[in-house]
Write a protein that binds this ligand. Structure first.
Ligand code: PMP
Ligand code: GLU
Length: 398
């Protein structure tokens, strides 16, 4: 017997970032040497003092269920960090700690959306946003932004895309996949429309620490008064502290939404991992030098990536103000044959690059804009050098 899958789940696209990383892993298992630039996760080990806190948690028996929305010490550390960095005054009860930022996003959409509601998502967008919205029965409204505008949504575009069904604007700055960042002024102009149209903003700030000079990060609720009442902030330890596998992320939101997300989570997952929560406290409250060290290494790699992209004819990318991705425009290299294979779109381009040169990247179509290929430079310099040699050879084989 083959039972029918629910219509909502059947319509779901699997995560392309995770799928490409899976393909790279499969090829590696066959003995091929693959340069994997697909998955966006820091290649560094989680710093030693954070690992030690987890060991201590286990040894002291902190291995049971916790409060559904996370332990008060971690919530207090989160609000302390937002207060110190951005002057935002949240109470610990406004924090919900989840199994990664992805889970926090899912919670946010689930408590706010009904079938038929609309969520405005500027494209290119991170692969999971639209699918998480669809899981609620709501409708992702994709608004194309332009490379010439550094892939940033304009207030006019936002106004035009808003209907009486629009509930949420999704913002991600620094952006995955493009690395582009909104200035405080640009956020302020979007906030004016948000207020005028009475929208909620889900602001994904997971890359807030990974910002390159001279760019400046501004947390969304700081740009206009009153925005805390209509914003759900998403953040976590995955990227900042190289803790992707620990699965700790969180939201900060108005109390009534935090309560709703806490109830939801109590039925979904019971609580986030107790041991990882203790590790996350050590991350937030321990020495912060590890962030600067990782950022210095990302800065070096970013420079290398910018130079290599500029040196290959027909490739370009928007300026990366933050995060660790380059969103490479490959349009001039489509509609050609590579090693006898016709390549017309970004999906075929990325698959042939992987097949022919063992370089794994993610197709722009997965982020809502064809004609691009995303690379993650959260990988070793050696890997990046080999990958760009492969890209160069691939393009020379057209
Ligand atoms: N938001 C963005 C923009 C991301 O790139 C990611 C990638 N992991 C997430 C959220 C999810 O983070 P986590 O691994 O903590 O679930
Ligand atoms: N966010 C990372 C990426 O975009 C990790 C994978 C995922 O969760 O999509 O590659």
């Amino acid at each position: 017997m083959s039972a029918p899958i629910s219509r909502i789940v059947e319509a779901l696209e699997p995560s392309a970032t995770i799928a490409m990383a899976g393909k790279a892993r499969e090829l590696k298992a066959t003995g091929r040497t693959v340069c994997d630039l697909s998955l966006g996760e820091p290649d560094f080990d989680t710093p030693a003092h954070i690992r030690k806190a987890a060991l201590e948690a286990m040894d002291s028996g902190f291995t049971h269920y916790t409060a559904a929305g996370g332990i008060v010490e971690l919530k207090t550390a989160v609000v302390g960090q937002y207060n110190a960095r951005h002057g935002l005054d949240y109470a610990p009860a406004q924090v919900v700690v989840s199994n990664g930022a992805k889970h926090a996003l899912h919670n946010a959409f689930t408590v706010l959306l009904n079938p038929g509601d609309e969520v405005i998502i500027p494209a290119p967008y991170w692969v999971s946003y639209a699918e998480l919205v669809k899981l609620t029965g709501a409708v992702p409204v994709i608004v194309q932004t332009e490379q010439a505008a550094d892939f940033k949504l304009t207030p006019d575009q936002l106004r035009e895309a808003t209907t009486d069904r629009t509930r949420i604007l999704l913002l991600c700055s620094p952006s995955n996949p493009t690395g582009s960042m909104y200035s405080p002024e640009e956020l302020g102009e979007l906030a004016d429309v948000v207020i005028e149209k009475d929208l909620v903003v889900v602001a994904d700030e997971i890359y807030e620490y990974l910002v390159y000079e001279p760019h400046q990060f501004a947390s969304f609720p700081t740009v206009r008064p009153g925005l805390m009442d209509r914003t759900i902030l998403i953040n976590g330890v995955s990227k900042t502290y190289a803790m992707t596998g620990w699965r700790i992320g969180w939201s900060l939101s108005p109390l009534y939404l935090a309560k709703a997300m806490g109830s939801l989570q109590s039925q979904q997952t019971s609580c986030p991992c107790s041991i990882s929560q203790k590790a996350a406290i050590a991350a937030l409250e321990g020495p912060q030098e590890c962030i600067g060290e990782m950022l210095a290494e990302f800065t070096r790699r970013r420079q290398f990536v910018i130079e290599r992209i500029a040196s290959i004819p027909g490739l370009s990318c928007p300026e990366m103000g933050g995060a660790f991705y380059a969103y490479i425009n490959i349009k001039e290299h489509l509609g050609r044959t590579y090693g006898g294979v016709q390549v017309d779109d970004s999906s075929a381009w990325c698959l042939e690059l992987l097949n022919q040169q063992n370089v794994a990247t993610v197709m722009g179509s997965a982020f809502g804009t064809d004609g691009y290929s995303r690379i993650s430079f959260a990988t070793s310099m050696e890997n990046l050098e080999a990958a760009f040699d492969g890209i160069e050879k691939f393009i020379a084989s057209e």
